[in-house]
Design a protein around this ligand. Sequence first.
Ligand SMILES: [Zn+2]
Length: 289
Amino acid sequence: MNNYCGDIIGCNEKRTTCFEKNGYPILECEKCGQRFTQLQNVSNHVDEVYSDDYFFAGKDGYPNYLEEKDILYKYGFKYAKIIAKHIKPGHVLDTGCAAGFILKGFEDAGWKCHGIEPNKTMADYGKEKLNLNITVGSLETFETTQKFDLINMIQVIGHFYDIDKALLNVAGLLNDNGLVLVESWNMKSTVAKLMGKGWHEYSPPSVVHWFSDETITELFNYYGFSLIEKGYPSKRINVKHALSLMEDKTPDFILKKKIINLLNNSVGKLTLKYPPVDLKWYLFKKNTV
Ligand SMILES: [Zn+2]
């Protein structure tokens, strides 16, 4: 059986097909309730999914990721404040760090920053413009002799094509008592339930795993971590990004394109607070053995 799908926590149970999305069956393990899909071919997966289009062409990704700079910087700084309650600043590894804006917020909070990013354009931007230490690649294959005190997975856990490899690597890369900050979409939230298969996060093949509070905690317990805190992020979103998602994810209505274009031209750099509904953060601590 492929290990990039379910059965990562060894359930080996029957799967129910919940529905199909983008031609991919969304499966649910009957024992632990985790949802996942199976990729047919992982060899080019990362290159295909995180091409420059993901960051610049809208759709499932961003209309222009670089416009998120200020929001993400502040966001990283806020997360560093939460972490400071539990651990002194040390070495942080941000997985799927994109251009490194969130990392920059951690750097200003006193952290020594490292990033991994599959998209070369983004990684190069972070290296050249922000002077950050970023490796092009994915967590599944990342190797270094550096040990970390904190590993960030901000909206990346659902994207891992081999989650078993990724989490084994995390456990190995962390110092004793190291922390993992995970931000993930909650498939058991009211919004997700109401939207059903239309929920924005059901977007394979970019996203291949879906979690709830319970399944994400169970997953990290399995890999030797304990939950120490969780909450809703104080996230602000760029209105342009929201409009781009809306254009892609909502059914057509009369004058849809015209209305969205009109809004797009008038919003400028406007940001909105993302309501505390379907996105959560979790802080896990590596168990000492
Ligand atoms: Zn299971």
